[in-house]
Design a protein around this ligand. Structure first.
Ligand code: ATP
Ligand code: MG
Length: 399
């Protein structure tokens, strides 16, 4: 007969991030993000205790565990069994937990272990050192494969003795690290269908930013499927933040036509990008976002020289965050695979930037020349028109 699911998940999080007054915000936000992440898959009660959290899913602990591996701020997780505060009861549960851990070690030969108890309930009869010894001795008796190793054991049986019970665990699953989404504020991510911007979205959420998104679309020159591709990407990314992800789809063809008609083909890409920054800066106000995020990096394509990035940045009224600035393409691709955006990005779709693409884009753009060219456009009117017809798509966190 299978043992029932572990009833509790022990959540550990980064202490380093918890300097000073941030601690309360960090913990409250993390508890909240955990609760929301589990809502649709395995509703759970979350309790905060002294630098750790306990998650009590109503059911489906394994599903909850998998989902929690996507919640930023969590460093590691342990499915945990609860025992009454009584040495005999703790011993029984410890046996069960160790048996489960042993069952996963199919290779023959000895297995080393130790018990590591911590005790915040000081009224408990045994000290943590005594618990280590008593429970450790009991476990060793039961299985001749077992040896005790206090320094580098294969298995650590953790015992956390608290007022509300003893928590026993042996498995430890890595969390994603980072900071809870929302603790560092909000940003607007410029997302295309490429590989880079979804990965930069992931990385900025990992550093505690909550995100809204904007994508520029060249209808009618470019079809509906390009838009759908971005919606699908945001749906994948929506797993990493608790609330609905808001995606602004902004028609961009009018700006592109106006820029094309300047007939300075080499500057088209840079001018497109400047327009994107301008519109995004305005949308950021609606989203109460304090920064823009892009997938730009240095030197990957012709438009991404320091000079061109300077031209582009100059059109933004907010700081531009570029999480990928120093990434090689291979590093980005590897991460894209891990977070589940690779397959979608790999589908070939024309991007809005391919519209009226110059054969020889400028490599070292000059901001003054950009401004001179734009003085021949009605920039404000183009921005207003784009904003007026921007469409908002709201995408729930994918469970
Ligand atoms: P990506 O893989 O994200 O498309 P890239 O390496 O192809 O990036 P570019 O196409 O030059 O680089 O785009 C640089 C950045 O500009 C993108 O990462 C994205 O942040 C933004 N961007 C480009 N095209 C669009 C678009 N159609 N809508 C929104 N943002 C865009
Ligand atoms: Mg691109």
């Amino acid at each position: 007969m299978n043992a029932p699911d572990p009833d509790v998940i022990l959540v550990r999080y980064g202490e380093l991030a918890l300097k000073g007054g941030n601690r309360v915000d960090f913990e409250r936000q993390l508890a909240n993000n955990i609760r929301i992440a589990l809502e649709s898959v395995a509703p759970a009660k979350v309790e905060r205790h002294w630098g750790r959290m306990f998650v009590f899913p109503e059911r489906r602990t394994e599903v909850a565990l998998a989902r929690l591996r996507e919640v930023f701020g969590i460093t590691s997780l342990s499915p945990t069994r609860r025992a009454e505060l009584d040495v005999e009861a703790i011993g029984k549960v410890a046996e069960q937990v160790l048996d489960e851990a042993l069952a996963e070690r199919t290779a023959p030969g000895p297995v080393s272990f130790r018990v590591r108890a911590t005790r915040s309930e000081k009224r408990f009869a045994l000290t943590s050192v005594e618990l280590d010894r008593v429970i450790g001795g009991r476990l060793k008796e039961r299985n001749e494969r077992l040896t005790v190793d206090l320094e580098e054991p294969d298995i650590v049986v953790g015992l956390d003795v608290r007022a509300e019970g003893a928590f026993v665990f042996a498995r430890r699953v890595e969390g994603p690290g980072g900071l809870p989404v929302g603790t560092l504020g909000r940003a607007l991510c410029l997302i295309s269908g490429g590989f880079d911007s979804p990965v930069s979205a992931y990385l900025s959420m990992k550093r505690g930013l909550s995100l809204a998104y904007v994508t520029y679309h060249s209808a009618p020159f470019i079809g509906e499927s390009a838009r759908k591709k971005v919606v699908d990407l945001v749906r994948v990314l929506s797993r990493f933040q608790p609330r609905h992800s808001r995606l602004w789809v902004v028609p961009f063809a009018a700006s592109q036509i106006a820029i094309r008609d300047l007939e300075v083909a080499g500057y088209r890409t840079v001018l497109y990008r400047r327009m994107m920054q301008r519109i995004a800066s305005r949308l950021a106000e609606r989203e109460e976002a304090q920064a823009l995020v892009t997938g730009e990096c240095l030197g990957q394509v012709a438009s991404q020289t320091l000079e061109n990035l300077t031209c582009i940045q100059a059109a933004a009224t907010l700081p531009v965050i570029r999480p990928l600035v120093s990434f090689d393409k291979e590093e980005t691709i590897r991460l894209a695979r891990r977070i589940g955006t690779f397959e979608l990005s790999a589908v070939q779709e024309p991007d809005c930037c391919t519209l009226f693409m110059p054969t020889k884009p400028v490599i070292r753009g000059r901001p003054e020349f950009c401004e001179e060219l734009e003085s021949r456009l009605n920039v404000e009117q183009l921005v207003e028109a784009a904003l007026a017809s921007a469409e908002l798509v709201s995408i729930p966190p994918e469970g």
